[in-house]
Ligand binder design. Structure first.
Ligand SMILES: Nc1ncnc2c1ncn2[C@@H]1O[C@H](COP(=O)(O)OP(=O)(O)OP(=O)(O)O)[C@@H](O)[C@H]1O
Length: 248
């Protein structure tokens, strides 16, 4: 059964009863079972869990890319009903400039929108007329973030957007994401297996069990984002490990 409800109320509601895959050998793999959680409107949530537990599968279901599951979900609704996603691969059109890539994501009536602020905050002002082949991976990820925020989505899904970047670049990008999100808060669900990253960015962390994934527990990060420097994140890590001693 695939019972997707139209969007109607504010929070993102997920209630996936079961998701299985058939392996190449024909064996059924239980990936998600009884996965239920909510993300309040305007909240930044991280989905944290061990490798292979089903995080990307969950995002693919919520994005409507995989309809073979049982259960339901409801996307947040703020009138716009726009969904944006940023994946590990920035997926930019190679024959379009950075600016064209961003504007093409906008509804036709918004194509001439002023994007100076967004490019500026993400440090892309000087790169607007460059083509994707001229960008480093870090810059391409920034362009993908600009494209996602330009659409002013009611929900933004992020799938490990800082994976395979060097730590300095990843950290810079995390802070840019926090800045742009705080200026234009939207409901975010970000998949990561990087606990520090989750503690730096999230309002709450949804901790998943190993496969078949369900919610192991919720960790609320009760510290203002601008106070989350390295020592504060170390303290949060200690708190987290006290609550979830088995999670690395
Ligand atoms: N199309 C598919 N066919 C068969 N098995 C799949 C398919 N897609 C994913 N899987 C399996 O489902 C499980 C969950 O995969 P998923 O990519 O959702 O995990 P993940 O938590 O995002 O992992 P990671 O943190 O390593 O990215 C894995 O065992 C994976 O091998």
């Amino acid at each position: 059964m695939n019972d997707m409800q139209p969007a109607g109320v504010a929070p993102l509601k997920v209630d996936i009863a079961e998701k299985t895959f058939r392996s190449a050998e024909g064996v059924m793999i239980d990936v998600l079972r009884g996965l239920s959680f909510e993300v309040r409107q305007g909240e930044f949530a991280c989905l944290l869990g061990p490798s292979g537990c089903g995080k990307t599968t969950t995002l693919r279901i919520l994005l409507g890319l995989d309809r073979q599951f049982s259960g339901s979900y409801q996307l947040p609704e703020d009138g716009s009903n726009r969904v944006a996603a940023v994946f590990q691969e920035p997926v930019l059109l190679p024959w379009r400039t950075v600016e064209q890539n961003v504007r093409l994501a906008l509804a036709p009536r918004l194509r001439d929108k002023d994007l100076d602020w967004l490019f500026d905050v993400l440090g892309l002002s000087a790169m607007r007329s460059l083509y994707p082949s001229e960008l480093s991976l870090g810059l391409a990820r920034r362009a993908a973030l600009a494209r996602a925020f330009a659409t002013e989505p009611s929900v933004l899904f992020l799938d490990e957007p800082f994976a395979s970047l060097d730590e300095r670049t990843a950290d810079r990008l995390r802070r840019l994401l926090a800045t742009v999100w705080e200026a234009r808060p939207t409901t975010v669900l970000m998949v990561t297996h990087n606990l520090r990253e989750a503690l730096l960015l999230a309002d709450r962390i949804i901790v998943l069990t190993p496969r078949p994934a369900q919610v192991h527990g919720i960790f609320d990060v009760r510290l203002s984002r601008d106070l989350r420097d390295a020592p504060a994140v170390d303290d949060l890590l200690l708190d987290f490990h006290q609550r979830f001693p088995d999670t690395v």
